[in-house]
Write a new protein. Structure first.
Length: 137
């Protein structure tokens, strides 16, 4: 079960990171509506997030250090959930920029992205917890 979760999360984060890295300027533009980020930091943040996702995807697929990747993914998901929730709460309807440029952002799409991030977070936590539970049985 953990291998399947690792494959799903690894491929998902590698794909999302590669998409963002290859279109970092478009992703930086997607970050502009988040007013708590100074506009001079959106470029470096876009590049940094993309490479963090790629690194997390690689680590969760690595046999001996997959828990580090799962922890990174869990942390990234918490950040994504918090940021999208903040934006929605404050009336900012934005594209999350997760997998591609979204031409028509909506509150419903934001809620779906939050739900997806919650599921990804749960998968990352399961990857860290299941082996420990098996050892205690």
């Amino acid at each position: 079960m953990t291998l399947a979760l690792r494959l799903i999360l690894g491929i998902t984060f590698l794909y999302a990171g590669i998409i963002k890295a290859s279109a970092s300027q478009a992703f930086a533009i997607a970050l502009l509506p988040f007013t708590f980020i100074d506009s001079m930091w959106t470029g470096p943040l876009a590049i940094g997030l993309a490479w963090m996702e790629i690194l997390a995807g690689v680590l969760v697929l690595a046999p001996r250090i997959y828990e580090a990747g799962a922890a990174m993914i869990a942390g990234l998901c918490l950040v994504f959930i918090a940021v999208l929730s903040w934006a929605l709460w404050n009336g900012y309807i934005v594209s999350c920029g997760c997998f591609r440029e979204d031409m028509a952002p909506s509150a419903a799409k934001m809620l779906l992205a939050i739900g997806r991030d919650i599921l990804l977070f749960a998968g990352a936590v399961a990857i860290m917890v299941i082996p420990r539970l098996r050892k205690n049985l």
